[in-house]
Ligand binder design. Structure first.
Ligand SMILES: Cc1ncc(COP(=O)(O)O)c(C=O)c1O
Length: 458
């Protein structure tokens, strides 16, 4: 049996809450952080504790309270905290070298070979890899590469998209909040609606949504009076992450691929959140057998060490030296961890478990939804599962504060569950893919309890 399934990775009997939250020791750290670190923090506004250590799908705070982690550091810890294979890879690397820009090391070569051999469809063993540092950096490089190859300025992104907050790529991130004061927010982005069936505007039936979206995109590209300058790339999340864990209809990506082919437009698939086994395949785009021209990879690939990459078609490689730079691209620790992560998530038994457990969690969320007055829709694929919270089911008015209350209630009971969505009103399940069954069950019971309590109070 492979390393990921042999033996328990998490602490037993979680959650264990013995103090008020935050406990006294956590409070001290939070106070120091408040004094010394920027007030522009988000997560410490609702996860008010200080961490001692993490193990599998559990984290322990400074006061000894044990939490079930359905947060995974925003979908980074796909293998959980301190996975033995990742630790072994890190220990093997740390005494050798921890930074040297671009020069090949064993870790780099291993990573390059392994990643290439796991790429989707026609990309497999037939691509070039570009090392980057974060998700935003990868998306930034992807867009530059698309523009360089197409020689056209405009990038189509989607409503609800999130591709990061760095320089130019923030332009592809749909929420204006992130762009308003960005140092350089490029004007070269336009947005098409994402096929978000629960809130798709107009009277388009679920079956026709992809056609409607693609029709709008075709019009942007073809019509000289569309107002859209020539389109040099389309960037899409195969399952939307920050936008609300939205799974598009199955015909959407293939239709988008066809449009890109018809107009020779590079298709960038952003697998930063949906990749590395998160949806039950190594890449979410594999569900529709769609091959990107450029793919963005980050978050869980480094097992908690910040690395990212783009993979792209070989014929896009006619680019100048130093096309996109960064000192820290391809950190050896991250690459060593990355090779270990890939070895695990590629296994059929691992992916099969993510699919079957994900299906189970979704079914349980659907049961809870049926009995609940505030869950408008439960949806998802693999371990990207959402419960969209509404004030009432009829008019679907977003229950942003209610979602915050559910998150707070779960936190007090010892489960970390975060929100996402256009209005921050969607509860999202993004636990480590290695989570044990008992932690799923306990988490689901606590989720249900917190929904009930919030409903009663609303
Ligand atoms: C799909 C997607 N792309 C890009 C990013 C940006 O990644 P980072 O926060 O590492 O810059 C994110 C982050 O959540 C993401 O979900």
């Amino acid at each position: 049996m492979s390393v990921h399934l042999s033996g328990r990775l998490s602490l037993e009997n979680a959650p264990v809450i013995n103090t008020s939250i935050p406990g006294p020791k956590s409070k001290q750290y939070l106070e120091i952080q408040d004094r010394l670190e920027t007030s522009s923090r988000s997560y410490t506004g609702f996860f008010k504790f200080a961490i001692d250590y993490g193990k599998g799908s559990t984290v322990v705070d400074l006061d000894g309270n044990v939490f079930i982690d359905w947060f995974a550091g925003v979908s980074v810890m796909n293998l959980g905290h301190g996975h033995p294979a990742v630790l072994q890879a890190l220990r093997g690397q740390i005494d050798r070298i921890t930074h040297i820009t671009e020069v090949p090391t064993e870790a780099r070569i291993n990573y390059l070979k392994k990643l290439n051999s796991l790429l989707p469809g026609k990309m497999r063993d037939n691509s070039k890899i570009f090392m980057t540092v974060s998700g935003a950096d990868a998306c930034e490089a992807a867009v530059s590469l698309a523009r360089y190859n197409s020689k056209k300025p405009t990038i189509i992104a989607f409503s609800g998209s999130y591709h990061g907050i760095a320089g130019g790529i923030v332009g592809a991130t749909s929420n204006f909040h992130y762009r308003e004061f960005a140092g350089f927010a490029s004007q070269n982005y336009v947005y098409a609606p994402y096929p978000y069936a629960y809130r798709y505007p107009g009277n388009v039936s679920r079956e026709d949504i992809s056609k409607d979206v693609i029709g709008r995109i075709e019009e942007m590209i073809r019509d000289p009076y569309s107002g859209v300058p020539p389109v040099g790339g389309i960037i899409v999340e195969p399952v939307q992450g920050e936008g609300g864990y939205i799974v598009p209809p199955d015909d959407f990506l293939p239709m988008l691929r066809e449009t890109c082919d018809d107009h020779s437009i590079p298709l960038i698939i952003d697998e930063v959140q949906s990749g590395i086994g998160r949806t039950g395949k190594v890449w979410a785009s594999e569900y529709q057998n769609v091959t990107p021209d450029i793919m963005c990879i980050s978050k869980s690939i480094g097992g908690g060490i910040p690395i990212s990459s783009i993979a792209y078609r070989k014929d896009f490689d006619q680019i100048p030296k130093a096309f996109h730079l960064g000192t820290y691209r391809g950190n050896p620790l991250g690459l060593a961890a990355g090779a270990a992560v890939l070895d695990i998530v590629k296994e059929d038994s691992f992916l099969q478990r993510v699919r079957s457990k994900g299906k189970y969690v979704l079914e349980r969320f659907e049961e809870i939804q049926e009995k609940s007055s505030i869950i408008g829709e439960a949806r998802g694929r693999g371990f990207m599962i959402a419960a969209e919270i509404v004030k009432n089911k009829k008019d679907k008015s977003p229950g942003t504060e209610l979602a915050g209350a559910v998150r707070d209630s779960m936190f007090q009971k010892g489960v970390l569950m975060h929100t996402c969505g256009h209005y921050g009103n969607t509860m999202r399940f993004m636990a480590p893919l290695t989570i044990e069954d008992d932690l799923l069950e306990k988490g689901i019971s606590i989720f249900e309890e917190s929904i009930r309590e919030t409903e009663v109070r609303s």
